[in-house]
Design a protein around this ligand. Structure first.
Ligand code: NAG
Length: 494
């Protein structure tokens, strides 16, 4: 007994040493929405490995629940708005992106988007000011001596806190952002094979983002530029991988860790499993427009439901709005779906998705072909990637009819190439020597252990340069001094 205990203690000790040869302090600047869910996976792994994780969050947040007891520490930045305001502005954004902008001309919608962006930036700037200009908060963060700061750079400011805090090493968790003109720009919905007109659009989008949006975001708080503060990051964790990306140039400190939240499927709840099994040979279709879109216009919900009703498959639809009148007997509505477990179910034939990265990665992981209904942000890009790889069909949310949706679904279910391509992406995804989550955590720990990715060698080189220079100067001085002394002596003798 005694012996056994000893063994287990030693194992535990060893486990601790292996698990966290170095237990550090991590400061986190998160972002709302699906980004937070994804980042949380990494942070929970860091907790598991006994690092101390502190999350900087504004009081106006609706995902990061800092009231609940948690293994994370929270440092709350109090602002005038509350959770309700946050939800209101998210809902307005959704309405704008999903319902209003598509009915306007490109120019009008760009103007409207810019207005919204500026307003949101103002709100966000308040949070940023209250963080960066609160000396006692900054002092507290400095005194805690964090080893690393993990930042979601979607909404800028985290890097300002890091720059102001001076000594943190940063890790950025990001969607890939690209500059060269032949790489499709974010939100353009383009692929790497562009026609002249598409490249023109690509360039216009780049200019729009660089000159109309970005200048407003940073300079009001601290006089630093986007590139300058972003350039200080030690590692970029990119939330995609080569199953998803097109070939393109990238920096050596980019680490592609897409799909790190994916897991093998767990069994479904009994009732859901029964419904799925009742589909027989035809199988099921999983349908979700993500956690943000809760409501659709009634007519739209109706023709979606009537398209689904014509399928021989059973459909599981995540939807919180009013039950559509045309809902078929084969379709069931749920408030929430265990999406990953459903996509990993052997009966699942297709996934209807808005094209968020998390959902797309779950589909890639389990090899499920997709029908994409992208609405805003990076969704059109993500679906464009999946379309180009032959694993998805896109339907336009604003112009689609019942027939369009039905024919898209039939295509991905009955044309074997879609399933084959989805399986090919899945094989590529699984063919990695180290899992993406482990790689993400490895690089965060690496930065903590070595205090940086490239600084040590650079500092070493600079020190060597300085040492050589000092050595040479001293040698020269000594040499000339000796000369002077000698000639002086000579003169005296003469
Ligand atoms: C500044 O930060 C401290 C420590 O987090 C906090 O107690 C204080 O309320 C903040 N002050 C302002 C004006 O927000």
């Amino acid at each position: 007994m005694m012996f056994e205990k000893w063994v287990s203690t030693i194992l535990l000790l060893q486990f601790c040493c292996v698990g966290c040869g170095f237990c550090g302090k991590v400061l986190v600047w998160p972002c709302e929405m699906s980004h937070w869910l994804n980042l949380k996976t990494i942070l929970e792994e860091l907790l598991q490995r006994r690092h101390e994780v502190t999350i900087l969050t504004s009081s106006q947040t609706f995902l990061v629940d800092y009231h609940k007891p948690s293994a994370f520490n929270f440092e709350v930045i109090f602002v005038s708005g509350n959770q309700e305001d946050a939800e209101k502005s998210i809902n307005y954004f959704l309405d704008l992106a999903v319902n209003i902008m598509p009915t306007l001309s490109l120019w009008e919608s760009a103007k409207l988007f810019q207005n919204f962006f500026l307003e949101a930036t103002e709100q966000f700037e308040e949070v940023c000011r209250k963080a960066v200009y609160n000396e006692s908060l900054m002092e507290k963060l400095r005194e805690t001596k964090y080893d690393v700061m993990v930042i979601d750079p979607v909404l800028s400011c985290g890097e300002l806190v890091a720059v102001h805090g001076q000594h943190y090493r940063e890790i950025l968790w990001a969607t890939s952002s690209c500059l060269p003109s032949y790489v499709p720009v974010s939100m353009g919905g383009l692929t790497d094979r562009m026609t002249f007109m598409e490249r023109l659009k690509n360039m216009m989008f780049t200019l729009f983002f660089d000159f109309l949006l970005l200048p407003y975001t940073y300079q009001n708080v601290l006089p630093t530029t986007f590139c300058e503060s972003m350039g200080k990051a030690e590692i970029w964790l990119i939330q995609t991988y080569w199953d998803f990306e097109f070939p393109r140039p990238y920096l050596p400190n980019f680490e592609f860790v897409g799909g790190l939240h994916c897991k093998p499927a767990k069994p479904l709840p009994k009732e859901m499993e029964d419904f799925v099994q009742s589909s027989g040979e035809d199988g099921v279709v999983v349908f979700s427009l993500g956690s943000m879109v809760k409501n659709l216009r009634e007519e739209r919900a109706n023709f979606i439901a009537s398209a689904l009703a014509q399928l021989p498959q059973k459909v599981l639809w995540r939807y919180k709005g009013k039950k559509p009148a045309t809902l078929g007997a084969n379709t069931r509505i749920f408030d929430w779906l265990p999406q990953n477990d459903l996509l990993g179910h052997p009966k699942t034939k297709a996934f209807i998705t808005h094209g968020g990265t998390n959902g797309i990665y779950e589909a890639i992981y389990h090899g499920i072909p997709m029908v994409g209904i992208p609405m805003f942000a990076d969704q059109p890009d993500n679906i464009a990637h999946m379309k180009a790889k032959g694993a998805a069909v896109e339907v336009n949310f604003n112009t689609m009819t019942s027939a369009d949706l039905l024919s898209a679904l039939r295509t991905v279910i009955y044309q074997p190439s879609y399933k084959e391509n989805a399986m090919r992406l899945s094989r590529i995804h699984h063919d990695q020597p180290i899992k993406p989550l482990d790689r993400a955590v490895f690089w965060i720990e690496f930065v903590m252990r070595h205090k940086g990715y490239h600084s040590l060698d650079v500092i070493g080189f600079l020190l060597a340069c300085v040492a050589t220079a000092i050595f040479m100067v001293t040698k020269c001085c000594l040499f000339s001094c000796q000369k002077i002394v000698k000639t002086g002596k000579k003169k005296k003798r003469e």
